[in-house]
Write a protein of this length. Structure first.
Length: 279
C-alpha cells in the first residue's frame, strides 16, 4: 500500500527570535533564501515567511518579501511560498501590503487572542480586508486557529464569499496565555473543524518545547502536514540550539517515517493543499 505524503512546512524566521537567541536564525533576505533552500533539500515543501528590518525588528516591507519569494522560486522549484500576515510588531494597515505579489498561500488569523505580553488583535474589519486581498490575488489562506471561536470566524468568511470552502487550517498550541499544548484540546478542535469546515486540510504547530509532541499528535491523527522551524522552536534539546532550519526539518522527516508516511514532494504538497501543481 502506498505511503501517505505529508506536507512539511518550515517557518524559517518568525517575528520573535533574534540572532542573540540562536545565531542560525536567518534574518536578511539572502540568509532566508539560503536557509529555505537547505530546508527544501532536507524535505520541506512549504515555507512560511516573515521578513525583518536591518535591526531584526518585524517588517512589512513588500520589497523584502519579493526578494525572498524570487529566491525561493529560483532555488526551490515548486516549493509552496506562504507569506505571514501576522501582527506582532507590524502596523495593522501594512499586514497585507505584500499580498499583491501573489504568494501561493498566506496566513490568516480570524480572531484576537492573548499572547505572552500583548493582545494579538485581529479586528473583524482587518480580517475581512486580508481575506478579500487573498481572494482577489488567488492566494489560499492558512487559517491560524488560536481559539475554538476562530474556526467559526473562518466559516463566516466562507459564508460571506471571502474565501472558498477548502482553507488550510493550523491549530497553534503552546503560546503562553493562549491555547495550551494539550492533546485533548487538539481532538476537540479537530472535531469542530471537521463539522464546521469539512473540506479543509489541517495541521498543528507546537511552540517551543511543544514542537515535537504536537507533531506526533498530528501524525497519529493523519494530518495533512506538520510544521517545524526556528520561528517556533530554536532548540533541539534543552541543552542544544538547533544548527539550522534544515536540522529541524530532518527531525520532522524522521517523525513522519516513524508513522509510516513520507514527506510530500512539492507537487504532492500542492495537490494536497488545493494549489496549482505547476510552479
Amino acid at each position: 500500500m502506498p505511503t501517505k505524503p505529508v506536507v512539511v512546512a518550515v517557518a524559517i524566521t518568525g517575528s520573535v527570535p533574534r540572532k542573540s537567541d540562536n545565531p542560525a536564525l536567518p534574518v536578511t533576505p539572502a540568509e532566508q533564501i539560503e536557509s529555505t533552500h537547505e530546508a527544501f533539500e532536507a524535505g520541506a515543501s512549504l515555507v512560511h515567511i516573515h521578513v525583518r528590518n536591518d535591526d531584526e525588528s518585524p517588517s512589512s516591507d513588500a520589497a523584502r518579501f519579493a526578494v525572498v519569494k524570487e529566491g525561493v522560486e529560483k532555488h526551490c522549484p515548486g516549493m509552496i511560498v506562504q507569506f505571514s500576515t501576522g501582527g506582532r510588531g507590524r502596523d495593522p494597515a501594512a499586514r497585507g501590503s505584500a499580498l499583491y505579489l501573489k504568494p501561493d498561500m498566506a496566513s490568516l488569523s480570524t480572531g484576537s487572542v492573548n499572547f505572552p505580553t500583548i493582545i494579538y488583535e485581529n479586528h473583524t474589519t482587518l480580517v475581512e480586508d486580508l481575506a478579500s486581498k487573498m481572494r482577489d490575488n488567488g492566494i489560499r489562506p492558512e487559517i491560524e486557529i488560536f481559539d475554538l471561536s476562530h474556526i467559526h470566524g473562518a466559516r463566516r468568511l466562507i459564508d460571506k464569499g471571502l474565501m472558498d470552502t477548502r482553507p488550510h487550517v493550523q491549530f497553534v498550541m503552546g503560546v503562553l496565555n493562549a491555547m495550551p499544548a494539550d492533546e485533548r484540546l487538539l481532538d476537540i478542535l479537530l472535531d469542530e473543524t471537521r463539522r464546521v469546515l469539512p473540506q479543509s486540510t489541517w495541521t498543528a504547530a507546537g511552540i517551543g518545547a511543544n514542537q515535537a509532541r504536537v507533531m506526533e499528535w498530528v501524525l497519529a491523527r493523519g494530518g495533512d502536514g506538520v510544521r517545524t522551524g526556528l520561528e517556533d522552536n530554536i532548540r533541539i534539546s534543552r541543552d542544544r540550539l538547533a544548527s539550522s532550519n534544515a536540522e529541524l526539518v530532518k527531525l520532522a522527516v524522521d517523525a513522519i517515517g516513524r508513522h509510516g508516511a513520507r514527506p510530500a514532494s512539492p507537487r504532492e504538497a500542492r495537490l494536497a493543499l488545493h494549489l496549482d501543481p505547476v510552479a
